[in-house]
Design a protein around this ligand. Structure first.
Ligand code: ZN
Length: 413
């Protein structure tokens, strides 16, 4: 028996509102490096704990008219807004996928559709949290991106075992590697491990290392007892000022970019070498092809890893080329991680297209600012998120268009 849409929608709305309530905690506490779980919700004015009946998503804020029951301190409208927005994302995605049917091959929600839905909704929640934090603090927390990427990897490993989830069409519902893209993904992953080890043992230097050390020293001077909180705020104009005032630290952006190129070199060469060795037609190639065809979880996993590498790689390449060209940092490493996570969930094509759609949202915002004479600049994370959401809804249309024009690697057997 199939459960009617209306029941799912009520359930998902409640789930979404509660998740939004949790996202509020994450967005408030994570940038301040406070624990997500403890203490329980309390008024920041009078420290009074908030009772469960005053903590019901969306509703409680309106019942209390945005004030603390005890000290009448104001609670921001952002709290019910984020809860409502999250609930609408939960319901909206269900509506688009299972009622409107924007993804042609999507099975019913109860027959495997929920696997794709879960992976996508976790990513959307992560994007929302990152966007809110980025808009306020000009930094994207990597941990949130990792959660989205992890959801993508798990979804892609499970999806191939559901006969209802189609993975062979160009508009596949979850990332799925061909022998070629799988080999490249495995090589790139091996290269990433090498790069991280080189970094750990000091054979590679992280970019902006001197600047970051300087920031930590500054903070220690200002606050000798406190833990140093090194949150790099490269895009914040205020942080640039402090960078300029820093004693004797001269940042050469081009030199820092060469460090990042050195970090990426093992990853790119790993991908190319594995592609040439395992993706070829020889003995090894045949052996690899058999593994990929038999071990479906591996094809899913590597498809997701491939998406992670390409999604992050496109942003990173833009960052390096832009920074080399203009001599100042273009795009943050937070943006790189964000789109890598999108690639792990939507696959390489979705992430790449979303990255190229994002500037149009940025342009729209810039024009709105011009028209309204408002000066508030916002960072790039929210635009990347909006681009991703648009691509999710229009995925079949866009991929269908490209599939007609080119052969899409990664989807061919
Ligand atoms: Zn209070």
């Amino acid at each position: 028996m199939e459960i009617p849409h209306a029941l799912w929608i009520v359930f998902l709305f409640a789930m979404g509102a509660s998740t939004g309530s949790f996202l509020n905690v994450v967005v408030y506490r994570l940038p301040l490096e406070l624990s997500i779980v403890r203490p329980a919700s309390h008024c920041t004015g009078c420290k009074h704990p908030i009772a469960w009946y005053d903590n019901i998503p969306i509703i409680s804020w309106f019942v209390l008219m945005g004030h603390c029951r005890h000290c009448r301190a104001t609670f921001s409208f952002r709290y019910p807004f984020v809860e409502l927005l999250t609930a609408m994302l939960f319901v909206g995605l269900y509506w688009a996928y299972f009622i409107e049917g924007v993804r042609s091959d999507m099975p019913l929600f109860g027959q495997g559709g929920y696997i794709v839905y879960s992976g996508h909704i976790i990513m959307l929640c992560a994007l929302l949290a990152c966007s809110l934090i980025d808009a306020e603090h000009w930094v994207i927390p990597l941990s949130v991106s990792y959660i989205a990427a992890g959801a993508g990897l798990i979804m892609s490993m499970i999806a191939p075992y559901w006969a209802t989830i189609k993975l062979e069409s160009p508009c596949e519902l979850a990332p799925y590697a061909s022998p070629g893209s799988g080999a490249a993904a495995l090589g790139a992953a091996a290269g990433l491990v090498v790069s991280l080890l080189l970094l750990k043992f000091g054979l590679l230097k992280p970019s902006f290392a001197e600047w970051e050390q300087d920031q930590i020293d500054d903070q220690k001077e200002a606050n000798p007892s406190g833990q140093p909180t090194a949150v790099r705020n490269d895009k914040d104009p205020a942080a640039k000022d402090s960078k300029g005032l820093s004693v004797g630290i001269d940042i050469n952006v081009r030199r820092e970019m060469l460090r990042e190129v050195a970090f990426l070199a093992p990853i790119v060469s790993g991908g190319v070498i594995f592609l040439l060795v395992l993706g070829g037609g020889g003995e090894l190639g045949r052996w690899w092809r058999e593994i990929i065809l038999e071990q479906k979880w591996m094809a899913g996993l590597l498809g997701s890893v491939f998406g992670f590498m390409i999604g992050g790689g496109v942003v990173w390449a833009t960052r390096i080329l832009g920074s080399l060209a203009f001599g100042r940092e273009a795009m943050g490493l937070g943006d790189v991680h964000l789109m890598a996570a999108v690639g792990a969930v939507l696959g390489w094509a979705g992430a790449t297209i979303a990255f190229f759609v994002a500037p149009f949202f940025g342009l729209g915002w810039a024009l709105t600012r011009l028209a309204l004479h408002r000066s508030r600049e916002i960072p790039y994370g929210p635009f990347l998120s909006m681009g991703t959401l648009l691509v999710m809804v229009l995925y079949d249309m866009i991929i269908g268009y490209f599939a007609g024009a080119f052969t899409i690697p990664g989807t061919m057997p």
